[in-house]
Structures are given as C-alpha cells and as structure tokens.
Design a protein around this ligand. Structure first.
Ligand code: HEM
Length: 192
C-alpha cells in the first residue's frame, strides 16, 4: 500500500483517476475497460512499486553450477539476493530518488515497464523465475486504487503527515499502521 503516498499529495490522488471523477463519469464506478486510459494512475502504481517494492530483496536464488555473469565467476551453490529497494533508488538512474514523483514514468522513464526488461526497475524480478502473478497483480492494483481514489476523498486525521517509513520484514511492512478518513464522493447507490 505504498500508493498511500498519494495521500501526501492530494492533487496526485485526483489526477490518479484521470478525469474519471469529472462530469458525466462521476456517477459511475471505474470499470476495467477504463484502466488503459488512466495513464497517471498507471504511473502512480509504477512509482509505488519503485519506492516500496513488495519484496525488497526479491527471493533468494542459488547457482546450480559454476557460471560467469558479466565477467564475474560465480561458483555453484552461490546464494544471490538482489536488493531491488536499492536498485530502484539509485541516484545515478533516478532524479530525486526518494521522492514520490509519478510524473517520471510519463516523462524521462516513460519507456520503463514493470515486466523485467529494464534492470533498473524490476519490482517483479526478471527472467525465467520472475513473478508469474504479475498480470493479476497489476490488474488488481490498478482497479482497486482507481476505485478507491474515484469513490472516496482521503483525508488525514490531523496535520501530521502519514509516516511512510518501512519496518523490517521480507514484504515491506509499514512501521506505523495507516489511519485515514474516507469520505464518499459518489451517489450512495454505488456503495451498495
Ligand atoms: C504487487 C504484487 C507482487 C509483487 C511486487 C511480486 C513480486 C515478486 C518478486 C520480486 C518475485 C521474485 C522474482 C525473482 O526471483 O526474480 C516473485 C515471485 C513469485 N510471485 Fe510474485 N509478486 C506479486 C504478486 C504475486 C501474485 C498475485 C502471485 C500469484 C497469484 C505471485 C506469485 C509468485 C510466485 C509463485 C513466485 C515464485 C516464482 C518462481 O520462483 O519461479 N506474485 N514475485
């Protein structure tokens, strides 16, 4: 739920529904067929997976036999942990690497996808053992986030910013549980 960073920047949250909340669309819920048009929402999901990869150290891999990778000799049974968190915050690649800036995926990194083709950004891993759940995960993430942002205004409990710091764990838990106020913004019949 790193996309809770959008709560810190309400205009971003509104842009996330890409106008689905305006005029005639306001009285409808977001449909799966809308998702392909919600480019800013897609950028929010990418930026979230960049800053808060669900598996920050991916999963361990082990070489079955001796091999050479990029000129390095790797003996059989070597264990490899890929630090995705660090890769995806590399200041040589990303400007303001710790800032939540979805726009980067519409501008300088617009060509980056999440399917393991750009090694600077591999939240689902890369290659033959990359995540097989990627299509399901993306579909669910996009639809859930779009419906949340379209259906509710999100407000903090106080002036205090949401604590986005990460706790220890294999799956990037939040240190402080999130508390926000959800205010419905659509006709009540859509919440049945
Ligand atoms: C945001 C959601 C998800 C993220 C960020 C994610 C990320 C990852 C990563 C980084 C790996 C390790 C890839 C590697 O070793 O290179 C992985 C493996 C895996 N994921 Fe996901 N995953 C997500 C959702 C899912 C879902 C929804 C499913 C199943 C329905 C799933 C099933 C698996 C399985 C079975 C593996 C092990 C694949 C193998 O070792 O061959 N994941 N995932």
């Amino acid at each position: 739920m790193g996309n809770l960073s959008t709560i810190e920047q309400p205009p971003q949250a509104q842009k996330g529904t890409g106008g689905a909340g305006r005029s005639s669309r306001k009285a409808q819920e977001v449909k799966e067929s809308d998702l392909k048009h919600l480019l800013y929402l897609q950028a929010i999901v990418k930026e979230t997976l960049r800053l808060y990869p669900a598996g920050p150290l991916s999963v361990p891999h082990e070489a079955m036999e001796d091999c050479t990778v990029a000129g390095f000799h790797v003996p059989a049974r070597t264990r490899l942990f890929v630090n995705l968190w660090k890769l995806q915050r590399d200041p040589c690649i990303w400007s303001n690497p710790s800032e939540f800036q979805p726009e980067r995926f519409l501008t300088e990194h617009a060509h980056f996808d999440v399917r393991g083709q750009n090694f600077e950004f591999i939240p689902f891993g890369s290659g033959r053992r990359s995540c097989p759940g990627i299509s399901l995960a993306l579909q669910v993430l996009h639809l859930s986030l779009a419906r949340l942002l379209h259906g509710f205004n999100l407000e903090r409990l106080s002036e205090e910013l949401v604590d986005m710091s990460e706790g220890p764990g294999m799956t990037m838990p939040k240190t402080t549980p999130l508390e926000v106020i959800l205010v419905p913004r659509l006709p009540s019949m859509l919440y049945g």
